[in-house]
Design a binder for this molecule. Structure first.
Ligand code: NAD
Ligand code: MG
Length: 412
């Protein structure tokens, strides 16, 4: 009798089935942490990752997903070896197509999109096309496909919730009627006069600009406030991250460049703000820990435990704000200009930056070369109409080729 009752109870209290794209990364691990704290609400349906089979094996043992998907066959084989002889029942698969298929699986409720870079686009779009609740950390997918992405969200009635801390903060501060990307309403007609997108300025906010060319990889990835993957850490140091976020905000909140101001706030206590016509400014605050926006989006509109300590205002010594200096952060200007120029430009700058940052991380180019590669690629790009998925992927591919050529010219 007890078994029957328990089964009935389990059936009645349907847990949300979750797929995590990029499970072995910084956002993926933070998501699993929040899920483990709320195991009465969420079940891990599938985990996916690129190459890190060892980490994936640990996660499979700990979280017992039904499926684990690696990017390549060799990584999947390595995962099988790690799990051999354990009690783990997880089915192992590989390929991007398998990730996309699982995102669209009828049993899945929520997809956390946390692959880094353009590799996240197709699985994320698959989740959108299946009308899932999509938690978007992978900003690059929205930057590279903008209108197409949002049109698909509307067409397939997907729920799109921002994980990027700034966008999650803006979402929380907006009136309910403006919160989602399905809304065609504009900010100005609905009481909002500005979105104030905050950024810490990264590790080089006060470093002598003349020495930026000598920045090492370990200096660039050492973010003062946030612990993140390597690519986004470098993007934060160049502030290309804020540029990508500027474009992300345009699409998520149906606004244009004039509606968004970037504000430097080195302490990362305020995660962004919304300014209203009546002079009110609403800010979302908290300790810089991605588990807060992850928990917010996972449970929205409910609130759940994220394991994050609340702010202690008596510990806060500095609370300051400045304007961004575009000579220090030329990548930020480049991305803002690309945002006004349109989809061809944003797809191009996103692809060029991904290639340039990878080259910097490999020691092939210097820190300030990242901007040069991005600017040269944009300048030489010959895109015309970039709207369909094929046009977007082609534009992305051409920008990667062109950026690689520019890198080969400066590479040491
Ligand atoms: P990360 O490098 O720590 O993790 C990336 C994940 O993607 C890993 O699981 C990796 O295995 C997987 N991956 C990489 N290449 C892949 C491929 N070709 N196919 C399939 N999977 C692949 O990165 P992160 O810091 O977790 O960031 C993930 C995304 O979230 C990025 O788009 C980033 O901009 C965004 N984001 C991160 C943070 C943060 O605090 N880390 C904050 C805001 C937004
Ligand atoms: Mg952010």
């Amino acid at each position: 009798v007890c078994n029957v009752l328990c089964m009935d109870f389990k059936f009645m209290s349907h847990k949300q089935q979750l797929v995590i794209l990029g499970a072995t990364g910084s956002i993926g691990l933070s998501t699993l942490d929040v899920v483990a704290k709320n195991s009465d609400l969420f079940d891990v349906f599938a985990l996916t990752a690129g190459q890190n089979a060892k980490k994936m094996a640990e996660l499979c043992i700990k979280h017992s997903p039904l499926y684990a998907v690696m990017a390549t066959q060799s990584a999947a084989e390595e995962l099988s070896l790690h799990l051999k002889g354990t009690a783990c029942q997880t089915l192992i698969m590989h390929s991007q197509q398998a990730m996309s298929d699982l995102c669209a699986h009828p049993d899945v409720d929520i997809v956390m999109s946390a692959i880094v870079g353009a590799a996240g686009l197709l699985p994320t779009l698959s989740a959108v096309e299946a009308g899932k609740k999509v938690l978007l950390a992978n900003k690059e997918s929205l930057v590279m496909s903008g209108q197409l992405f949002i049109d698909k969200v509307k067409k397939h009635k997907a729920t799109l919730l921002p994980i990027d801390s700034e966008h999650n903060a803006i979402f929380q501060c907006l009136p309910h009627s403006l919160q989602n990307a399905q809304s065609d309403k504009n900010l100005q007609d609905n009481g909002v006069s500005k979105i104030l997108l905050t950024g810490s300025g990264g590790p080089f906010l006060t470093r002598d600009i003349r020495t930026l060319k000598d920045v090492t990889v370990s200096e660039a990835v050492a973010h003062p406030n946030w612990s993140m993957g390597q690519k986004i850490s470098v993007d934060s140091a160049t502030m290309m991250n804020k540029g990508l976020e500027f474009i992300e905000a345009k699409w998520l909140f149906n606004c244009n460049s004039d509606d968004i101001d970037v504000v430097i706030h080195p302490q990362s206590i305020i995660h962004s703000m919304v300014q209203y016509h009546d002079g009110s400014i609403l800010a979302q605050m908290g300790n810089p820990d991605m588990r807060t926006p992850i928990a917010h989006a996972l449970a929205f509109p409910k609130r759940i435990d994220a394991g994050v300590k609340p702010l202690n205002f008596s510990d806060i010594c500095d609370f300051s704000f400045t304007k961004p200096d575009f000579t220090r952060y030329p990548n930020l200007q480049l991305a803002i200009d690309a945002c006004s120029a349109g989809q061809g430009a944003t797809t191009t700058v996103n692809a060029a930056n991904e290639i340039a940052v990878a080259a910097f991380l490999k020691g092939k180019i210097g820190f300030t070369d990242i901007y040069k590669i991005n600017a040269q690629t944009l300048e030489s790009a010959q895109y015309t109409n970039v709207q369909s998925l094929d046009e977007i992927l082609q534009c992305d591919e051409l920008a990667r080729l062109s950026a690689t050529q520019f890198i080969n010219k400066v590479a040491h």
